[in-house]
Design a binder for this molecule. Structure first.
Ligand code: URA
Length: 281
């Protein structure tokens, strides 16, 4: 049998990209085939394809923090229950962040570089929620810092706001590998955390950015072209919060003609904010 021809560099890179390996973690390449002291991949390194490793060279995995509620949940259903119970115990945003850092029930945590919790002002009266962090957010640990984040900043500036006056988070706080769409299970596991985050920030107005965040948080199956610009009631437990979906900035980068609609939404949001009576904004 003829041996398979070796893949070209381009094919190899395409393979890595498909597998979600789309950023370099070190400045210098590491030839793990030559390295006597190969360390088993842990945390962020876990996303790099594992080299051929001789068993005697493997050091034990670095200890991971304990799960928020003991051992890692045994099934997605158990993870959802565990996330719900954990989130409910967080009295503050700092406590919520700390327990999410420890939460072992969502597999995305293992492939992401870090938790992307939030950015902005926790006292803000306007909270915006996107879908999930991308590559830049995963590196910086902050939501909306890539290209779509730059556009979001311009959109906010157009109504006189910036990150000191709003609070920004995502439904999913860990980057899905290769920016793939989060699975429904991953979304359900992460949902209690963003719900608790909304409760703790308790904004006057909630804006959902794009379809996934709108459908998840506002329990609608309508698409974003139908929901955008409409007011919804978001049930935050202790009170109802006025919520408006608008187009995701990443979508607007691809379809700039829709910026006109986003501008209409932003003006409605600014008017509603002005009508609320707190001076904090
Ligand atoms: N898209 C999102 O939905 N969230 C981010 O943080 C970045 C891009």
């Amino acid at each position: 049998m003829m041996p398979e021809p070796a893949p070209s560099l381009q094919q190899l890179l395409a393979f890595y990209l498909e597998a979600g390996v789309d950023c370099a973690l070190n400045d210098e390449p590491v030839n793990r085939m030559l390295d006597d002291e190969i360390v088993a991949p842990v945390e962020a390194d876990a996303r790099i394809a594992a080299p051929v490793v001789r068993p005697e060279t493997i050091r034990p995995l670095a200890p991971r923090p304990a799960a928020a509620h003991g051992a890692a949940p045994s099934s997605p259903e158990a993870a959802i229950v565990s996330a719900r119970e954990a989130a409910a115990t967080a009295p503050t945003l700092d406590a919520l962040r700390a327990l999410m850092e420890q939460f072992d029930g969502c597999a995305l945590r293992a492939t992401a570089t870090r938790l992307v919790f939030a950015d902005g002002n926790p006292q803000a009266r306007l909270m915006l929620v996107g879908e999930a962090p991308g590559r830049e957010e995963d590196i910086e640990g902050l939501p909306f810092v890539g290209r779509s984040g730059k556009l979001l900043d311009l959109m906010l500036a157009a109504i006189g706001l910036d990150r000191n006056k709003v609070y920004i988070a995502n439904v999913i706080p860990w980057r899905p590998p290769g920016n793939r769409t989060p699975t429904p299970q991953e979304t359900q596991i992460c949902l209690p955390f963003i719900k608790r985050q909304i409760e703790l920030v308790n904004p006057a107005i909630l804006v959902t950015l794009g379809n996934p965040s709108t459908q998840t948080l506002l329990s609608t199956r309508d698409g974003i072209t139908r929901t955008r610009g409409r007011w919804f009631d978001y049930d935050a437990g202790a009170r109802m919060i006025r919520a408006m979906p608008t187009l995701h900035p990443a979508y607007l980068l691809r379809q700039p003609t829709y910026k006109r609609l986003a501008w209409q939404d932003l003006r409605a949001i600014a008017t509603a904010l002005a009508a609320t009576d707190s001076p904090a904004n």
